[in-house]
Design a protein around this ligand. Structure first.
Ligand SMILES: [Zn+2]
Ligand SMILES: [Zn+2]
Length: 339
């Protein structure tokens, strides 16, 4: 099979390799769509890491089943959770394979989704309902369910307001799901093409991060005794930037909730007195239990929601190197490789 490996310092190469064989309880999936993710790009930019086929947002069709497989059959369409896990520890039983001591990840320890085939345990594979596309399956595998997990941890309700800081693929996924949940979504970024994308994905408003973001968010909410208690009900921070994070607390109303998804600056930006003053709730949200992919699949099916509006570039595996270059240049929204 063909697959894309990273050679370090932004070099990548399409190689030929034997397709992996499914072991006990595993299936082999013919990849139909894979997203290019921010975490792939940090590996792409780094000096050499390993020569495994990269990509961790796999979506495709079961092509071969190993012995002991009970729930999947050849032809099933699936999205695959990329953290494999041991399957039997406390964290794995909770579906939180990301926390398993056995740190094996598709695209790092075993061949990833920038190849023609991925082998994975069937417990990591989530069936795609008929109306959910392979591209949506790739979103479910990582960025889409990451966004879903943040909204779920916030407990957002319809009619409320949600600000999304950072409008890359994760932020755009938050916009799409927030809209689907009936929220009024306000996107914020410093790149104007991303603001346009957010509007295309269903944001009611797009706020330019170079302008007065706090003033834009404080137009919402009831002031109560103090004007500074105005703001949005929920805020999801995906940018990882310290200047954006400093605007989180001023941007929410009293009692508002913040979810932090963005990886980035280590700068300390939160003052506990301000958290207290706003009676704010702040949750960190990192990846998600496998079961939440099942829930998102159901939500996409029932609501007819799709992540496709966030996709701006589509490539085949033969043009995989170009796909990675485009994603690295961050000139668009989500980049997908289809096969
Ligand atoms: Zn990812
Ligand atoms: Zn485990």
């Amino acid at each position: 099979m063909k697959g894309l490996v990273f050679r370090g310092d932004r070099r990548c190469e399409l190689i030929e390799r034997d397709a992996p064989e499914p072991g006990f309880g595993e299936v082999r999936v013919r990849i139909r769509a894979s997203g290019v993710c921010g975490s792939d790009l940090s590996v792409y930019r780094a000096p050499f890491i390993n020569d495994e086929i990269k990509g961790h947002e796999p979506s495709g069709e079961v092509e071969k089943v190993g012995p002991g497989v009970r729930h999947l059959a050849v032809g099933d369409r699936v999205g695959i959770h990329h953290h494999i896990g041991c399957g039997v520890c406390l964290w794995c039983v909770r579906g939180e394979t990301v926390a398993c001591a056995e740190d094996r990840c598709i695209g790092m320890a075993v061949p990833g989704s920038f190849g023609e085939y991925v082998v994975a345990p069937e417990r990591n594979c989530v069936k795609l309902p008929e109306r959910v596309s392979f591209v949506d399956g790739a979103f479910m595998a990582c960025v889409g369910t990451t966004a879903f997990a943040a909204l779920r941890r916030l407990g957002a309700m319809p009619h409320e307001t949600l600000a999304v800081f950072g409008l890359g693929p994760v932020g755009l996924s938050c916009v799409i799901l927030g809209k689907a949940l009936g929220l009024r979504v306000i996107g914020m970024d410093v790149a104007s093409h991303r603001l346009e994308l957010a509007l295309r994905c269903g944001a009611r408003e797009a706020v330019d991060g170079r302008e007065d973001v706090v003033a834009a968010l404080q137009r919402f909410g009831d002031p109560g005794r103090n004007d500074h208690l105005r703001g949005v009900d929920y805020l999801i921070e995906t940018s990882g930037s310290a200047p954006a994070r400093r605007l989180m607390l001023p941007g929410i109303r009293r009692g508002g909730k913040i979810a932090i998804l963005g990886v980035g600056s280590d700068e300390e930006v939160l003052n506990p007195s301000h958290i207290h003053g706003k009676a704010a709730t702040i949750v960190g949200s990192v990846v998600f239990p496998i079961g939440w992919m099942w829930d998102l699949a159901k939500m996409l099916e029932v609501s007819g929601t799709s992540f496709e509006p966030a996709v701006t570039h589509r490539f085949t595996l033969d043009d995989g190197a170009e796909a990675i270059r485009v994603a690295d240049a961050a000139e668009g929204g989500k980049v997908v490789i289809e096969g």
